[in-house]
Structure formats: structure tokens, C-alpha cells
Design a protein around this ligand. Structure first.
Ligand code: IPE
Ligand code: IPE
Ligand code: MG
Length: 249
């Protein structure tokens, strides 16, 4: 990881602390292209991408952002070649094991969302250990979307609502947006304010489909392994120039 200039460990003074996004999500795209540009195997891009995520998390914590959600693996990413998928699963496990003590010490509350039951058992164990060890931390909520799909999240919310209706706990007419949100993985997090996608692709790729409703979307051509504090600073500056109207005038 590149060492950040001292000036970037505190909130840059051209940003308004009162108007920071409370919840930022990031589609960490472009690892493969970063590696290809350097004639390296794709997995080297994933490896470098971990450093970017680690620094973004620390930056969000330093600058006072309450929640960061990172898209690590989509329900569609199983379609990649087996060695790449296996590398990613091992990488997630290794990084979790290596970083847990630091996250505990720094007050990070880590949470994994997605269809976790399909992940390798040893990764599930690390996930459970990390979530339990950081459950009472309060500095920042860090959500890692792993085997995550926005459509799947909505379907599972529908299923659990349907079950509650079936048992008579809930009437169909009780189901409103608030009830629905209670059954999403993001329950308890602030509303999503800013969605960042690196490497230029103008699509959502099945990420946070419900939550993105009124988020501001920022797409940068920077590839994920090159996304540093300066790039995040630029994203926040751009965000603070947006006029959020929420359908009003
Ligand atoms: C994103 O980088 C990381 C994951 C999807 C796990 P990519 O691997 O999609 O990189 P590109 O898009 O091929 O450059
Ligand atoms: C989105 O990136 C998923 C993650 C970053 C984990 P992809 O590279 O999988 O998305 P597409 O295939 O370009 O839509
Ligand atoms: Mg990609």
C-alpha cells in the first residue's frame, strides 16, 4: 500500500463535514484490467485490490463516514474460471485472518452480506469469527458483499415476509417499504448516499438494487487497484456538488 500524505489523514478542508455521505458503497471493478495492463495474471490485480479496500476503509473511518459497503463477489462471479474463483475465496479467508486484530483494535464492525451458506466452510468460519469479534465496535460499519446479488436479496426478503404472513404474524396490507427494508441485508445501516464504481463501466451489476433508489452514482475510469485517497476525495467533492432533489423541486 502506498503511504498517504499526512494531509490526507484528516478530512480535506474543501469538504463539508456536515454534508458527507453517511453510507458509501463501492463496486470494486477493474482488477483484471489493472493486471493485464502490467502483463500480470489477473489474480495479482485482486491481490492489489485488497490494499485499496483496506485504505478506503481506514479513510472512511478517519474522515467520519459511518458505513462502507464493498462488493467483493457477486452471485454471477461463480461463472468465472474455477482457479480465479478459488483464488478469490482463499484470498478473502487469508485477508480476514490477517486483518482481524487490526479491525478489532480500530473499532471496525465488520459484517458480511450475501448468500453466505454457499461459501467454502473454512471461509464461513472466518466470517463468523470476524463478525462476532467486532460486533460491539462502533467507529465504522464495514459491510462486505460476498456471493451477493441484489435480486437474490429481494427474493429472500419476499420469502421471509411470505413466511410471516403464512404464520399469521403479519397481514399482507402491513407490508410497506419500511417492513420490506427490515428484511434486507442492509437493515440498520444508514440509507445509501453514494455508490462509486471504478473502471468506467456504467452499470450496477446486480448490486444494492433496492438501496440504490436515491443514491448518487459516481463512476470513475480509475481502476480499483489505483483507487486511493485522492480518488476518494475527488468522489466526495463531486458528491458534495450534486443537488439531491428526491423527486422534489
Ligand atoms: C473486480 O475486478 C473484482 C471482482 C469481480 C471480484 P474484475 O476482476 O471484474 O476486473 P475486470 O473488470 O476484469 O478488469
Ligand atoms: C461487479 O463487477 C462485481 C464485483 C465488483 C464484485 P463485475 O466485473 O463482475 O461486473 P460486470 O461483469 O462487468 O457487470
Ligand atoms: Mg469486472
Amino acid at each position: 500500500m502506498t503511504t498517504q500524505p499526512k494531509s490526507l489523514t484528516i478530512l480535506p478542508d474543501d469538504l463539508d463535514r456536515e454534508r458527507l455521505p453517511r453510507h458509501v458503497a463501492v463496486i470494486m471493478d477493474g482488477n483484471g484490467r489493472w493486471a493485464k495492463n502490467r502483463h500480470l495474471p489477473r489474480i495479482m490485480g485482486h491481490q492489489r485490490g485488497v490494499d485499496s479496500l483496506k485504505d478506503l476503509l481506514r479513510c472512511c473511518k478517519d474522515w467520519g463516514i459511518q458505513a462502507l459497503t464493498a462488493y467483493a463477489f457477486s452471485t454471477e462471479n461463480w461463472g468465472r474460471p474455477v482457479p480465479e474463483v478459488e483464488f478469490l475465496m482463499t484470498l478473502f479467508e487469508r485477508v480476514l485472518r490477517r486483518e482481524l486484530a487490526e479491525m478489532v483494535a480500530e473499532g471496525v464492525q465488520i459484517h458480511f452480506v450475501g448468500d453466505l451458506a454457499c461459501l467454502p466452510a473454512s471461509l464461513q468460519e472466518e466470517i463468523n469469527r470476524a463478525m462476532a469479534a467486532t460486533a460491539h465496535n462502533q467507529k465504522i460499519q464495514f459491510v462486505v458483499a460476498t456471493n451477493y446479488g441484489g435480486r437474490r436479496e429481494i427474493i429472500q426478503a419476499c420469502r421471509s415476509l411470505a413466511q410471516r404472513v403464512q404464520t399469521g404474524e403479519l397481514q399482507p396490507e402491513d407490508i410497506d417499504e419500511r417492513q420490506f427494508e427490515h428484511h434486507l441485508y442492509t437493515v440498520g445501516l444508514p440509507d445509501l448516499d453514494l455508490l462509486i464504481r471504478t473502471s468506467g463501466e456504467m452499470r450496477v451489476s446486480n448490486f444494492l438494487l433496492w438501496q440504490v433508489a436515491y443514491a448518487e452514482i459516481y463512476v470513475t475510469d480509475t481502476l480499483w487497484p489505483d483507487f486511493d485517497r485522492n480518488a476518494f476525495h475527488e468522489a466526495l467533492r463531486n458528491f458534495q456538488h450534486r443537488q439531491r432533489r428526491f423527486g422534489r423541486l
